[in-house]
Design a protein around this ligand. Structure first.
Ligand code: GUN
Length: 292
């Protein structure tokens, strides 16, 4: 079994990005600037956003954190989005999801300038990605594709089963894995809550991508020997023995499944750290595209 080490790979990616930023600085070019908007005080969202901003500093980007109160109106949030669209200093930005229930997420995502949409959530980017045109690929599926590429995992003609059809992970990764190209060209099945006999289906899979959000759901008896297993789950589970009072648990029962898999991502330290590295990569791309 080979561990798909997202911690190490994301570190390498960040070093590559940092070297590019240093070169940009030396050539007197503007360095990438990422902004993140967060509405309210959700603990997990604040942790993710702080980590994104900290990563910007690590690679030499500029970053701006826009914190808005829980009771922000739709109108005020749309004004903030319009200001970020107009601000030439900002190359890319994200609006952290989920938004508080009173806000209309879809309207906000549609208001983001697709050229600055480094999350790749705007329909223009999603459509362009599906058509294999220049776009921003959402960070989590982009990170999975990078792991497959960097570890030279053979995906061509393999049967990939993706568990989950979310707009952020399941749907886009199913499109990317089936596209033409190296480390793609897979035959993809998308499984979801209405799928019949998921266990039998998973047993036919050469590649499993689990984006379900149910801790330890994928057991050894669901996995074919030699399968590639990508775990996108990051569920917080209460654990009094941990300093923070919780631990992060993936969708895959790692100890059981690792014995059967050819390649497997751990949680934590697999797909999670790749996601932030790919957001940085998208921000660098946004800067390069704005420049050319
Ligand atoms: N919430 C959970 N994941 C993400 C992400 O990748 N981007 C944004 N904007 N919000 C999220």
């Amino acid at each position: 079994m080979i561990l798909l080490d997202g911690k190490k790979t994301s570190q390498e990616l960040k070093e590559e990005i940092a070297a590019e930023v240093t070169a940009m600085r030396q050539q007197g070019q503007k360095v990438p600037h990422l902004a993140a908007v967060i509405v309210g005080n959700d603990g997990a969202s604040l942790t993710y956003v702080s980590s994104k901003v900290r990563s910007c500093e690590q690679v030499g980007f500029e970053s701006t954190l826009v914190r808005l109160p829980e009771d922000t109106t739709q109108e005020d949030l749309l004004k903030e989005v319009a200001a970020l669209n107009a601000n030439e200093a900002i190359d890319g930005y994200i609006v952290q999801l989920p938004l508080p229930a009173h806000l209309d997420e879809e309207e906000v995502l549609l208001a983001i300038d697709p050229k600055k949409d480094v999350d790749g959530f705007h329909p223009t980017n999603f459509g362009r990605m599906a058509l294999e045109l220049e776009s921003f690929i959402p960070a989590t599926p982009f990170g999975i594709m990078q792991l497959l590429e960097r570890y030279k995992v053979d995906t061509s003609g393999k049967h990939a089963v993706v568990i989950g059809r979310s707009h952020i992970v399941g749907r886009p990764i199913s499109i990317l894995l089936s596209q033409k190209g190296d480390f793609a060209n897979a035959t993809v099945t998308v499984a979801h809550s209405r799928t019949k006999d998921l266990k039998a289906l998973l047993n036919q899979a050469d590649i499993i991508v689990s984006a379900l959000g149910v801790p330890n759901f994928v057991k050894a008896d669901m996995v074919k020997p030699g399968a590639v297993v990508i775990d996108v789950g990051i569920t917080r589970v209460e654990d009094a023995s941990r300093p923070k009072g919780y631990r992060i648990v993936g969708d895959v029962d790692f100890e059981q499944v690792a014995e059967k898999a050819s390649y497997i991502t751990p949680v934590p330290g697999g797909v999670g750290p790749m996601t932030i590295a790919m957001l940085l990569k998208n921000t660098l791309l946004a800067r390069r595209r704005a420049q050319s």
